[in-house]
Ligand binder design. Structure first.
Ligand code: PMV
Length: 352
C-alpha cells in the first residue's frame, strides 16, 4: 500500500533588525542580543506535504526532499534545505522516515534584492513543528510550539528565529528580560507602548542585485575583526537605551540608536572585506534626504539598513500621509525603477 500525503501551510513574515545581530559562534548562537520588527506584507507562504516512506533513508544526506519555489523546482535552495534538515537530526530524527515536499512563494516583488531567508526559514520551521504535532511525535504545551519553531528556525538562519513572533522581538541573552535566550527569540509585545506598536517601514529599493557578501561569510568575518568586542558591548548598551527610549517615548534616543546601529553594521562590513562596501551613492542620498526632512519637519522618521544598499525608512502611522508624500516627491528618484515596498509592523506568522 502507498502511504497518503498530509500537509500543513504557513505564512511567515520577514523582519528588520533595529539592534543588529552580526557575529555568531557555535551552532548559530548570536554574539550579542538583537531586537527586530516583524513585518506584515513581506511574507513567504510555504506548504509542506509529507508522507511516510516504505523504507526510511539511512543518512541525513539522503533525505527525500523536494523544494519548489514559485511553481518551479529550486535545486539550489533544496540543497540548503537538505543541509538544514540534516542539522536537525538530533531534534527530529524521524525526518528520515518521511518524504517531504515544500512549495513556497514570496510576496515581495521579484528582483528587489530583499533577503527572504528569515521568512522562508521561519515558514519551514513552523511547517516542521506542525508536522510533528499532527503526527503526535512531540506534544509541547501550546505556548511552546512557537518557541520550538523559533529554536528550529534559528538553526536555519539566525535572524529567522525572530520572525516566528509578531511585533517587537528580541533574540539573545540580554540581562533585561527573564525569558531571553541565545537559543530562541521572545516577543516584547506587552512592554511596548502603543505609539511604537504600529511603526511603518518603507523599504526603498536602491539596487536589486543579490548582495556580494553572504550573511554567513559576513558573520564569519567578525571573528577576526579588531572592533568585534567593542561592537558586542555597544549592542548591549544600545539595547538597554532602546528599551528605555521605547518606554519613555523618547524619540530622539530611538532615532540615534537606530541610525547608529545601521551605520555600525555597514562600518563593520566595509572594514571586513572589499565586498563589504554595499552602500551605494543613492543609499547615501536617501540618508541625507531623510535627515534633512526630519530637521525640517520635526517628524519621527529614521532609517535603518540591512546588509545591502536598500534603505528602510521607519515612521509613525499618524504621519503616514506626509511621509509617503515625501517618499514620492523626494526619494523615489533614488530608487531603482522607482521601486519601494510599503510595509509595517505585523502580527507574525499564521497557518492557512
Ligand atoms: O540571519 P542571518 O544569518 O542572515 O543574519 C542576518 C544579519 C542582519 O540581517 C544583517 C542583521 C539582523 O539582525 O537581522
Amino acid at each position: 500500500k502507498i502511504n497518503s500525503w498530509n500537509e500543513t501551510t504557513w505564512v511567515s513574515p520577514s523582519n528588520i533588525a533595529l539592534i543588529k545581530y552580526w557575529g555568531k559562534h557555535g551552532e548559530q548562537l548570536p554574539n550579542n542580543p538583537s531586537l527586530s520588527l516583524t513585518l506584515k506584507n513581506s511574507v513567504t507562504k510555504t506548504q509542506l506535504r509529507y508522507r511516510k516512506l516504505e523504507k526510511p533513508v539511512s543518512d541525513s544526506e539522503d533525505l527525500k526532499v523536494a523544494y519548489w519555489f514559485d511553481g518551479k523546482r529550486n535545486e539550489a535552495f533544496e540543497r540548503k534545505v537538505i543541509i538544514y534538515l540534516g542539522r536537525l537530526h538530533t531534534e527530529m530524527p524521524y525526518l528520515q522516515n518521511y518524504e517531504l515536499e515544500f512549495r513556497s512563494a514570496n510576496t515581495f516583488p521579484h528582483s528587489t534584492g530583499i533577503a527572504s531567508s528569515a521568512s522562508s526559514m521561519s515558514a519551514i520551521a513552523l511547517c516542521l513543528v506542525d508536522m510533528e504535532q499532527q503526527l503526535g511525535l512531540r506534544k509541547p504545551p501550546t505556548q511552546d510550539v512557537f518557541r520550538r519553531a523559533s529554536f528550529l528556525a534559528r538553526l536555519g538562519s539566525g535572524s529567522a528565529c525572530r520572525s516566528v513572533y509578531g511585533g517587537w522581538v528580541t533574540w539573545g541573552e540580554d540581562g533585561l528580560l527573564p525569558e531571553s535566550s541565545d537559543r530562541y527569540a521572545s516577543p516584547l509585545e506587552q512592554t511596548v507602548p502603543e505609539q511604537w506598536q504600529n511603526l511603518r517601514d518603507a523599504i526603498l529599493i536602491v539596487n536589486s542585485d543579490r548582495k556580494k557578501v553572504s550573511s554567513s561569510a559576513g558573520h564569519g568575518l567578525m571573528s577576526n575583526h579588531p572592533f568585534a568586542e567593542g561592537r558586542y558591548r555597544q549592542a548591549r548598551k544600545h539595547l538597554n537605551c532602546m528599551m528605555l527610549a521605547l518606554q519613555n517615548s523618547d524619540e530622539k534616543t530611538f532615532i540615534e540608536v537606530v541610525e547608529n546601529e545601521a551605520l555600525t553594521l555597514h562600518s563593520l562590513l566595509m572594514t571586513s572585506s572589499e565586498d563589504g562596501l554595499l552602500l551605494q551613492p543613492d543609499s547615501i542620498n536617501i540618508i541625507n534626504a531623510v535627515r534633512a526632512f526630519r530637521e525640517k519637519t520635526g517628524l519621527m522618521v529614521c532609517f535603518t539598513l540591512d546588509a545591502g544598499p536598500n534603505v528602510h525608512l521607519l515612521y509613525l502611522e499618524e504621519d503616514k500621509e506626509t511621509v509617503q508624500q515625501f517618499i514620492q516627491e523626494e526619494l523615489l528618484s533614488f530608487c531603482e525603477n522607482n521601486q519601494w515596498i510599503d510595509d509595517q509592523v505585523g502580527e507574525g506568522p499564521y497557518k492557512v
